[in-house]
Design a protein around this ligand. Structure first.
Ligand code: FES
Length: 132
């Protein structure tokens, strides 16, 4: 290998490493909080779903408070679906079932669905990257 080929190969390898490091850093990065919506935009009876840190979350009213529930199954991390008519969460992967409160009622999930902390700021709902 002559000097020119060596420099060319070194440049290609350096570029590949830089792309790899950048991709790894992006996949590790998580937002500490996210502005979801104005509180009045949440339905009184009902819910809204959002994506927070690449995971689906469900926001609903519980009296004068809000609940922000992670839709990540506690078994193998599939995304569960909320079936409003039956008031249950169902996981499509291994048929894990959670009740309206997110407690396990059937299947392999080892623990309830997790809930995120939130704050209200000037009438807007902020989800925090911490569980309660
Ligand atoms: S991943 Fe949800 S029940 Fe297995």
């Amino acid at each position: 290998m002559n000097r020119k080929e060596f420099l060319k190969n070194t440049a290609v390898i350096s570029s590949a490493l830089a792309v790899g490091v950048t991709a790894s850093a992006c996949s590790l990065f998580e937002e500490a909080e996210m502005n979801l919506c104005a509180e009045h935009e949440l339905p009184v009876e009902g819910f809204k779903t959002f994506i927070f840190n690449r995971k689906k979350i469900l926001v609903r009213r519980a009296g004068d408070k809000l609940e922000i529930i992670s839709l990540v199954c506690t078994h193998k991390r599939c995304t569960v679906a909320f079936q409003a008519d039956e008031r249950i969460f169902v996981c499509p992967c291994h048929e894990g079932t959670y009740d309206y409160e997110g407690r396990v009622v059937d299947g392999p999930p080892p623990s309830p669905l997790r809930r995120y902390a939130y704050e209200l700021r000037d009438g807007r709902v902020w989800v925090l990257n911490q569980f309660v």
